[in-house]
Write a protein that binds this ligand. Structure first.
Ligand SMILES: *Cc1c(COP(=O)(O)O)cnc(C)c1O
Length: 460
């Protein structure tokens, strides 16, 4: 049978290993990969798929490409051309250059993470950012944990365990799958006391629900949805006033929260951390990698006595942030000491400050770069989004380039751009494949354009 001859002619592992194209690779991974490729060929012959063996050169090429695939990190950079600024699946906020520099300065060596250089003894990791956060938000005290979900959990665990926490039915939020306010409360040992209705909650609803076992009023920002029409909710100011009267702490989960005025971007609907602190809430929590534009972190600000209690809770150790995050957060927060600096340094704020006129110009520039790689396209208006479960009701006016795919299907181009080196994520509208420039950096134009040019050519 021809099959048998083919099987006999499959080259030996050693023969493939000796191929000159493969000399640069580490031997363990190489041998394993050669075996896998040869096994595939053997299987192909046995199953009758292969009627002719690949040449030795072809085998070496297969080995090489499989090796490259294996050596590609799983977590790697992607070009985000979706126009969604805080794209949760693509890693939310891009860090500032200053944050990156801070991370690399502490990453490979020793640092002052928990060391007080002046006294030559143990220090606290909280100290690196607490005074900065207090300065920026005007809060009495602050601490930082792993993310905002952790912040909410530790706050409830430390302050309201076994007590009733009163929340409006309009604010029983679910954030992306596993974070649900009622469930987090349960985990925190608090007893959920829902008040009001989905669309309307009044101050008297809170007042009537108070009893001797009330632990707190909790206000949750409805980050990822809005209720319109016949609605009413209680403002933080009113809640704080009632809380003071009845001696009940007020906790607010802001979710996102700006450290510069949302008015700068016309996003008045989004909460401003400084306003919440000014209202007198006892504890306010928010995320580090949403509108703040820093690394994944959860920030707790508020009354000193309560923050101290949270710091001492056993969960604090389980939720502590590591030195890389802390250094990135400190550098990001430092930019906030001046509003101009923050707008200049922090990519998220940068993107939010782009006017449609600027974005149109940016798209024109991108179009020119794409032309260098024989990609024809037209500049088109395209909506952007804040994303990350923030500002659901606002689309951001933006621009993009619609690629002339010359007969290649939009789905095929969209898919192929995600494959291989320098993956690019764009999006398909009704009749176009669009790369939105809101979330693309100009310094990446060339790399992306090259990828689009090569991909289009491959698809034809
Ligand atoms: C996003 C969000 C959270 C969770 O924050 P993470 O930093 O993603 O853990 C919690 N509550 C609200 C209201 C949010 O919007």
């Amino acid at each position: 049978m021809a099959n048998k001859n083919l099987l006999r002619d499959i080259p030996k592992v050693d023969v493939v290993l000796a191929h000159k194209e493969l000399s640069e690779y580490d031997s363990v991974l190489l041998t394993e990969t050669v075996r896998e490729i040869l096994d595939d060929i053997r299987k192909g012959v046995l199953d009758g798929f292969l009627e002719q063996l690949p040449t030795l050169d072809e085998i070496a090429k297969k080995v090489k490409s499989k090796l490259e695939e294996k050596e590609t990190p799983s977590l790697r950079p992607v070009f985000n051309a979706t126009g969604i600024i805080l794209h949760t699946n693509l890693g939310r906020a891009c860090l500032s250059d200053k944050a990156l520099k801070a991370v690399s300065s502490v990453a490979c060596g020793y640092s002052t993470l928990e060391y007080d250089l002046e006294r030559g003894r143990r220090g606290s990791r909280h100290d690196h950012v607490e005074s900065l956060i207090c300065k920026i938000t005007n809060a009495e005290a602050a601490m930082v944990v792993n993310n905002n979900a952790a912040a909410v959990l530790i706050v409830l665990s430390a302050l309201t365990k076994g007590k009733e926490v009163i929340v409006s039915r309009g604010e029983l939020v679910e954030i992306g799958g596993s974070f649900r306010v009622p469930e987090v409360m349960e985990q925190g040992g608090a007893i959920l006391k829902e008040v009001g209705t989905t669309n309307k909650t009044h101050l008297f609803d809170y007042k009537n629900a108070v009893n001797e076992n009330t632990g707190a009023f909790l206000k949750v920002h409805t980050s990822n949805y809005r209720i319109f029409g016949f609605t009413e909710s209680v403002s933080l100011d009113e809640m704080v006033k009632l809380g003071r009267e009845l001696n009940i702490p007020v906790i607010e989960d802001l979710g996102s929260g700006f450290l510069v005025s949302p008015k700068l971007f016309g996003l008045d609907d989004e909460p401003f951390v400084i306003d919440s602190v000014r209202s007198g809430a006892d504890i306010v929590t928010f995320s580090g990698d949403k509108l703040l534009g820093g690394p994944q972190a959860g920030i707790v600000v508020g009354k000193k006595e309560m923050v101290e209690k949270i710091k001492k809770h056993p969960l604090a150790r389980a939720m502590r942030i590591d030195k890389l995050t802390l250094s990135a957060l400190e550098a990001t927060l430092r930019s906030y000491l001046s509003e101009d600096e923050a707008l200049k340094d922090i990519p998220v704020l940068n993107m939010l400050s782009m006017t449609p006129e600027k974005l149109e110009k940016k798209a024109e520039k991108f179009k020119e770069v794409l032309a260098k790689y024989n990609v024809e396209c037209s500049v088109v208006p395209d909506e952007g989004q804040v994303g990350g479960g923030s500002v659901p009701a606002n689309m951001l006016p933006s621009f993009g380039v619609a690629v002339n795919t010359k007969g290649v299907s939009l789905q095929k181009l969209e898919e192929r751009l995600r494959f291989g080196e320098n993956p690019v994520v764009g999006h398909i509208t009704k009749n176009n494949f669009i790369l939105n420039v809101l979330t693309v950096r100009e310094r990446d134009f060339d790399t992306i354009a090259k990828k689009v040019g090569e991909t289009l050519k491959e698809c034809m």
